[in-house]
Design a protein. Structure first.
Length: 94
C-alpha cells in the first residue's frame, strides 16, 4: 500500500517538475498512461500534491539538501532494519 502511494507522489512530483521547468512537455494523458493511472486520477493527485506543498514549486538549495539528507538517513536506517536494499520502481539495489 505504501509503495502504491509513493509511486503516485513521485509521479505527481515528476509531472509538476516537468511542467515547471520545461517550456514544452507531453500531453497530460501521456503522463497518466506512462504512470499507469487515469487522467482523472492524475489530475486529482496533482491537485492534492500542489495543495500539500502549498503551491511552492521552487525548492531552494538549502531545503533540497535538507530533504536529501533526511531521505538518505531513512534509507540507511531501513537498510539496517531489513539488512537488504529497498526496491524502487522494480529495481533492486545492492
Amino acid at each position: 500500500m505504501i509503495s502504491f502511494i509513493i509511486d503516485r507522489v513521485i509521479l505527481a512530483a515528476f509531472v509538476l517538475a516537468v511542467k515547471y521547468n520545461e517550456d514544452c512537455c507531453y500531453k497530460f494523458d501521456y503522463y497518466s498512461y506512462v504512470g499507469g493511472v487515469s487522467t482523472k486520477e492524475l489530475l486529482m493527485i496533482e491537485y492534492n500534491f500542489l495543495e500539500l506543498i502549498e503551491y511552492e514549486l521552487y525548492v531552494n538549495r538549502k531545503n533540497y539538501h535538507h530533504c536529501l539528507e533526511y531521505l538518505d538517513a531513512e534509507v540507511k536506517s531501513d537498510k539496517q532494519k531489513n539488512k537488504k536494499s529497498p526496491t524502487y520502481f522494480g529495481i533492486v539495489g545492492s
